[in-house]
Design a protein. Structure first.
Length: 270
């Protein structure tokens, strides 16, 4: 049964489409975790779910729309924001709602590492020309925001401060921000990236560390470019910390998952 986060998101999506005078469609919930995705005919409404607990305001949704539109206009295959009606963010139920073209895809298909790596490199190449403002500390700002909103183990804040103080120097560029293989969907036209709300301006080692950690070393090996090994180790460690903290955020919504958060905490500091 859908929880209140999902029910509120569906109400928000329906309110927005009604306000815009769009044809009524029976809502179909496609996804209900970090964000709730509600299919309404040819559109998908994206509404914050669990991220409501960590990210107040519409900045992430604005960034997702802006970056995705930029890439769409340059012919990079990404899930594209709606244009008519406008993508938003619109607001209902106190939540930002963005509207996207529904992109048919095979949810069970997983691309080979070389396909994922090459398509991510294409995204990186296009993003180097992105002219908009982007965060400069990305996950570090996200972690500090969570600590300000939730009472978590003090070791997590201390470890974040330690890593922030030893942030490697090096070239930066706009990144996907959450570049794991699950954010690449298989469409009839080929691989298509989505979910650019975590985009920030940082070292490639952040995206590539995620790719390797959540895909495997073969994904990193297939990436057409070099990455500094020390930077890769650092950002892989930062991603591991980030994942632990987010497990506690998730447990705020799904209390039955608190034991796995504590297990991840113990494993990180072991």
């Amino acid at each position: 049964m859908a929880d209140e986060y999902t029910l509120t998101a569906v109400r928000a999506a329906l309110t927005v489409t009604s306000r815009l005078g769009l044809r009524e469609h029976e809502p179909e919930v496609l996804h209900e975790r970090s964000n709730v995705l509600v299919k309404l005919g040819p559109l998908v409404a994206r509404v914050p779910g669990t991220v409501r607990l960590a990210r107040p305001g519409p900045a992430w949704q604005e960034r997702d729309v802006a970056v995705s539109r930029f890439l769409t206009e340059r012919g990079v295959p990404v899930v594209s924001p709606a244009t008519d009606p406008p993508a938003g963010p619109h607001f209902a139920e106190g939540l930002p709602v963005t509207l996207w073209h529904h992109t048919p895809h095979d949810p069970d298909h997983r691309y080979a590492p070389d396909v994922v790596a090459r398509s991510l490199a294409e995204v990186h190449a296009a993003l180097r020309e992105y002219p908009g403002e982007l965060p400069r500390r990305g996950p570090l700002d996200d972690l500090e925001r969570i600590f300000d909103r939730h009472d978590l183990d003090s070791r997590l804040r201390g470890e974040t401060a330690r890593l922030a103080a030893t942030l490697p120097d090096g070239a930066v560029q706009p990144l996907h921000g959450d570049a794991h293989p699950g954010n690449l969907i298989a469409t009839p036209a080929g691989p298509c990236w989505l979910d650019f709300e975590d985009t920030w301006r940082g070292p490639l080692a952040w995206d590539l560390g995620i790719l390797a950690r959540q895909g495997g070393p073969e994904y990193l090996a297939a990436y057409p470019g070099e990455v500094d090994e020390d930077a890769l180790r650092f950002f892989t460690r930062l991603r591991e910390l980030y994942a632990v903290v987010w497990r506690f955020v998730i447990a705020q919504r799904f209390p039955h998952r608190l034991p796995e958060a504590h297990a991840a905490l113990a494993a990180y500091f072991s």
